[in-house]
Design a protein around this ligand. Structure first.
Ligand code: DOR
Length: 427
């Protein structure tokens, strides 16, 4: 057991209890013991001076791709879970589109074991929704949950069959888990970037907004029919936000996420056939960026999630048509979200922590996302004013694929504590 720890003199930002002020935090036995002024603590306590820094509940990312098994050239559970720590994340949910996919209990067990050995961030496995992620037969959801799966998804691909999606939304209620949907109508898919003037100028095939919003609309109706928990991944299209707004107004059990890149980047980034900006759903237009940001500010979209999708240099070096979709996101998520929302004066730091920590915990019923006595001591210490330049060669991630290399961001993570243990310190 670690010695008790006092984080001394930081600015505590915990939106879950409307807290924003200077105080100390006492951690013992992996939990928060107290938050308050001039905490003395036991004699043996280690004291860490964090004055001038922000102390907040650890960030929670409900959407990452860690690539193990089968894609270890891009990322492993070890490298991915340490990249997460460097990004301030104390918990991540790992998508099952590995090779083979995480579609049986043994694979879920493997992921949990590998994560424990890695001693990085906490990794919670998402099970596949269909066997082999083929979209045909439902997995043994109960067995996956028993092995430790926290949700099901075919992300990377949609659950396109309407009947299967209905049964998933019905059946998962038995286990109290959500269905995470990659909303993409496969009969409208086949493009490589957003459908619009930039795609036309580049001569590339487009993916229209409706490829996403049609499935969002369909699934909301299925959530209404079944009462199941639908969580829409990486919302990118303004029409999807309209659908989600209606779902919230009706009080349905529908939640959703937006990525940092969809909050700030547009399809203009694809000019020059820049494969670093190739992602699915694609970067869209200013109007879409504005709509998803407004959706997040209004609470129509609940959270920010990275969709951390590492790919190797060689894969991204291919022609635009052949390069894989995906952006490496864990280590830039906080700074990029700060730039999109806080530096533009649209959201406070506390509002951002809410959407990157408290809300993910709340919508999925997780422990964490709070600095209350009794909560797990999952904590991030960060400097919200520190300027830094994105240098992918510094990433803990095994891959370096990002369209924002060289960008100057403001806001940087300095320490990440998981269950009271300092697992990441920036030198
Ligand atoms: O851009 C993406 N990359 N979107 C996805 O849905 C899957 C992901 C991946 O696995 O690379």
């Amino acid at each position: 057991m670690n010695r008790p720890l006092i984080l001394r003199g930081g600015r505590i930002v915990d939106p879950s209890q409307d807290l924003d002020g200077v105080a100390d935090v006492l951690v013992s036995d992996g939990r928060i013991e107290a938050v308050g002024q001039d905490i003395a603590g036991p004699d043996e306590a280690e004291v860490l001076d964090v004055s001038g820094q922000v102390v907040a509940p650890g960030l929670i990312d409900l959407h990452v791709h860690l690539r193990e098994p089968g894609g270890e050239g891009k990322e492993t559970i070890h490298t991915g879970s340490h990249a997460a720590l460097a990004g301030g994340f104390t918990t991540v949910w790992a998508m099952p589109n590995t090779d083979p996919p995480i579609d049986d209990p043994a694979a879920v067990g493997y992921l949990r074991l590998a994560a424990r050995v890695a001693r990085g961030t906490q990794v919670m496995p998402i099970g596949a929704a269909s066997i082999g992620q083929k979209g045909e037969r439902m997995t043994e959801v109960g067995e996956l949950v028993k092995a430790g799966a926290v949700a099901v998804s075919d992300d990377g691909a949609p659950v396109w069959d309407t009947g299967l999606m209905r049964r998933l939304l019905e059946y998962t209620q038995t286990f109290g888990i959500p269905v995470l949907q990659h909303a993409e109508d496969i009969s409208l898919a086949g493009g490589v970037m957003n459908e619009g003037v930039v795609a036309t100028a580049l001569g590339l095939r487009g993916l229209p907004n409706a490829a996403e919003s049609c499935i969002v609309a369909r699934d909301i109706q299925l959530a209404e029919l079944t009462g199941g928990h639908l969580h829409v991944c990486h919302v990118s299209a303004r029409q999807s936000v309209e659908q989600l707004r209606l779902a919230k107004e009706k009080g349905l059990t529908v939640t959703s996420e937006v990525t940092p890149h969809h909050l700030i980047l547009t399809d203009e980034m694809c000019r020059g056939y820049n494969t670093e900006a190739k992602v699915n759903p694609p970067l869209r237009t200013e109007a879409d960026v504005e709509a998803v940001a407004q959706g997040l500010l209004d609470g129509v979209i609940d959270i920010i999630a990275t969709d951390h999708a590492p790919h190797t240099y060689e894969e991204k070096e291919q022609e635009f048509d052949y390069a894989p979709f995906g952006i490496n996101g864990l280590e830039t998520a906080f700074g990029l979200s700060m730039r999109a929302l806080v530096q533009t004066g649209r959201l406070t730091l506390s509002g951002l922590i809410d959407r990157m920590s408290c809300n993910p915990a709340r919508i999925m019923g997780l422990e964490g996302g709070a600095l209350r006595p009794g909560s797990p001591a999952d904590i991030v210490v960060l400097d919200p004013d520190e300027k830094w330049t994105v240098d992918p060669t510094d990433f803990r991630s095994k891959s370096r694929n990002t369209p924002i290399a060289g960008w100057e961001l403001v806001g940087r993570v300095h320490r990440t504590l998981v269950a009271g243990e300092v697992r990441f310190v920036r030198d």
